[in-house]
Design a protein around this ligand. Structure first.
Ligand code: GDP
Ligand code: MG
Length: 178
């Protein structure tokens, strides 16, 4: 590519309790399975440089969707500032899956003219016996919403690295097609 490192602001949104902060903590390298150090910029903002397909990318990850004191302002802000979004639900919680659809619609409205990279994330895939949302429902939803889909488990760290690499690839695809 033309210039060295690229920088992406990635925003996590989704219902309370689906695992956003647990995913963010893995990204932050609290339990290290990735290959570089993370800077904690605030209690809900993390920055980390990843090598993806031989090219480095710095992600600033925002996990501030549920900031209780200023929720409305923060949520409007979140809808505006992302270069890319992770819409997270729990596979054990049908309501959180429905909420994910609402958020997709809200995001589309907020950023009408933009083709924003999104990954629909079905977290808690380790809880097989409590599953309320099937893999095919998740996948079908992502097709309708024209975004990528992945199931993760923050608890057993399954597909978490792939998730963050995936969002970098999604941003690059759009950049490269311009
Ligand atoms: P948030 O409200 O979206 O930030 O969700 P949290 O990250 O605080 O997680 C809510 C609860 O779900 C916590 O008790 C986590 O330990 C648990 N949790 C998060 N991710 C997983 C997962 O992948 N599997 C399981 N079994 N529990 C999870
Ligand atoms: Mg949280």
């Amino acid at each position: 590519s033309e210039s060295g490192n690229t920088y992406y602001r990635v925003v996590m949104i989704g219902e309370h309790g689906v695992g956003k902060s647990t995913l963010a903590n893995i990204f932050a390298g609290v339990h290290d399975s990735m290959d570089s150090d993370c800077d904690v910029l605030g209690e809900d903002t993390y920055e980390r440089t990843l090598m993806v397909d031989g090219e480095s990318a710095t992600i600033m990850l925002l996990d501030m969707w549920e900031n209780k004191s200023e929720e409305e302002w923060i949520q409007d802000h979140c809808m505006q500032v992302g270069d890319a979004y992770l819409i997270v639900y729990s596979i054990t919680d049908q309501a959180s899956f429905e909420k994910a659809s609402e958020l997709r619609i809200q995001l589309r409205r907020a950023r009408q003219t933009e083709d924003i990279p999104i990954i629909l994330v079905g977290n808690k895939s380790d809880l097989v016996r409590c599953r309320e949302v099937s893999v095919s429902e998740g996948r079908a939803c992502a097709v309708v919403f024209d975004c990528k889909f992945i199931e993760t488990s923050a608890a057993v760290q399954h597909n978490v690295k792939e998730l963050f690499e995936g969002i970098v690839r999604q941003v690059r695809l759009r950049r490269d097609s311009k």
